[in-house]
Write a protein that binds this ligand. Structure first.
Ligand code: NAD
Length: 428
């Protein structure tokens, strides 16, 4: 159904960030729902009301269309949560002093509870440790409403798998795991997403769905750490790790390709495995050794990048102190403007601490960032490249002119293997 339908169900999506906004717009476009996009960040709500999207996967034109059709209403007013049929919670789950911080989920659950009605559905989408839906969200909703999860209202968990910037696997194309605290809840959650995405995959319980999301992210985190450690050893052994990974990738079964890089970033990989290891240590008193090890390796990568840069400058009788270094890419992954937890920012900080004159080009990053004000933001030009003692490719945005980088730079440390091979270019 398109925007011209006559939706009768009201859906509240709490949290209008990278996860909540694409879902809200897709729900509005489906023609099945009146969507209320609720967020406590008043500035974000103002932008959304003016049809300005801050998320790459949602164009401002799509936003303008659902606003104009009256299918989507952004709001920071808690009273607009009244009368919902389905509520989705997609708020941040960060770490506070190294421990899961569920305060945002709790705040939304408390706001929804007095507004619960018999027959309505609540779905948690935020990434979190197994048990959150049944042991935290359920009791908060029950306490504030006097209703019971299961018999009176449906409750479930459906992890978000979006990969911001991925043009092949969007929200509608990626199979969506769905779960519920009982059969009826599972059916209600499934029926909700079936009206928006191509495939829903029911799983036996919210805990299984919560763990599945952490399995996915921990798997990536550990495999990235593995190739990072291999890259460091291979460099010392004088072997090209990247070619070895290419060779291994020709195996048609039993191998999944991951490539080295300057570390992991974003909201997920540096944070989510910690939710799982925290739960394991809380519930079982044991350490999750794979996660500890992967954290060690991946957190070390920015230091390793700086060490390699030091060695390269040293070979040319230069010190980092006083050298001009141009960083290409500050976002944590290509073609996005998301710099949360980006290892590139850590590389910049380390170089600044060592006295380098650090310049950085990243056309995707428009928001003011929490970085050292000594970091000079520049455009990628032939002059900038020629003026730099060293260039580091940290994030391989497609929009960079890599031929220009290779031609005009005295030395490039290519952490993403985007440049053609030549003497002045070294791979991480
Ligand atoms: N970004 C991703 O690629 C991604 C992918 C999969 C899962 N996730 C998970 O989804 C969740 C949300 O992540 P995100 O990237 O969308 O975060 P985000 O920071 O982009 O957006 C979250 C939004 O929630 C709002 N918020 C905070 N407290 C609120 C409250 N009490 N009521 C209403 N709104 C509130 C914030 O103002 C913010 O706009 C996290 O658990 C994250 O781990 C993220």
């Amino acid at each position: 159904m398109g925007l011209g339908g006559c939706p009768t169900e009201t859906v509240v999506i709490a949290g209008q960030g990278y996860v909540g906004l694409p879902l809200a717009v897709l729900a509005a476009e489906s023609g099945h729902f009146q969507v209320v996009g609720y967020d406590v960040a008043v500035s974000r709500i103002k932008q959304l009301s003016a049809a300005e999207s801050y998320v790459e996967d949602v164009s401002s034109a799509r936003l303008a269309a659902v606003l104009a059709a009256g299918a989507y209403r952004p709001t920071a007013d808690e009273r607009d949560l009244d009368g919902f049929d389905v509520a989705v919670i997609s708020v941040p789950t960060p770490l506070r002093e190294g421990q899961p911080d569920l305060s945002h989920i709790e705040a939304v659950a408390r706001a929804l509870a007095p507004r619960l009605r018999r027959g309505c559905t609540v779905v948690l989408e935020s990434t979190t440790y197994p048990g959150t839906t049944e042991e935290l969200v359920g009791p908060l909703l029950e306490e504030g409403s006097g209703l019971r999860a299961g018999p009176d209202f449906s409750l479930g968990y459906s992890p978000e798998r979006i990969d911001p910037g991925n043009r092949v696997w969007g929200l509608a194309e990626t199979p969506k795991l769905v779960s519920g605290v009982d059969e009826a809840s599972l059916e209600a959650v499934r029926a909700f997403y079936d009206r928006m995405v191509n495939t829903t995959v029911p799983v036996p319980s919210p805990k299984v769905a919560e763990l599945a999301k952490l399995v996915e992210n921990t798997f990536r985190h550990i495999n990235i750490a593995l190739v990072n450690e291999i890259a460091m050893f291979a460099h010392e052994l004088g072997i090209d790790a990247w070619s070895a990974i290419d060779a291994a990738s020709t195996k048609p079964f039993g191998f999944l390709r991951f490539t080295p890089g300057p570390g992991v970033g974003g909201h997920c990989l540096p944070v989510d495995p910690v939710y799982l290891s925290w739960r394991v240590s809380r519930a079982l008193g044991r350490r999750f050794r794979f996660v500890d090890l992967a954290n060690d390796v991946n957190e070390h990568m920015p230091d390793y990048v700086v060490q390699r840069l030091m060695e390269a400058l040293n070979r040319r009788r230069r010190s980092v102190n006083g050298s001009r270094v141009l960083l290409l890419g500050l976002a944590y992954k290509p073609n996005t403007g998301d710099a949360r937890e980006s290892p590139a920012l850590r590389v910049a900080e380390l170089l600044l601490e060592l006295g380098a004159d650090v310049h950085a080009a990243d056309p995707h990053l428009v928001e003011p960032m929490p970085v050292d004000p000594r970091l000079v933001r520049v455009e990628l030009t032939a002059q900038e490249l020629a003026a730099a003692d060293a260039v580091v490719v940290l994030t391989d945005h497609d929009g960079f002119d890599y031929d220009l980088v290779a031609e005009r730079s005295a030395y490039v440390l290519d952490c993403r293997r985007r440049l053609a091979r030549r003497d002045s270019v070294e791979l991480l």
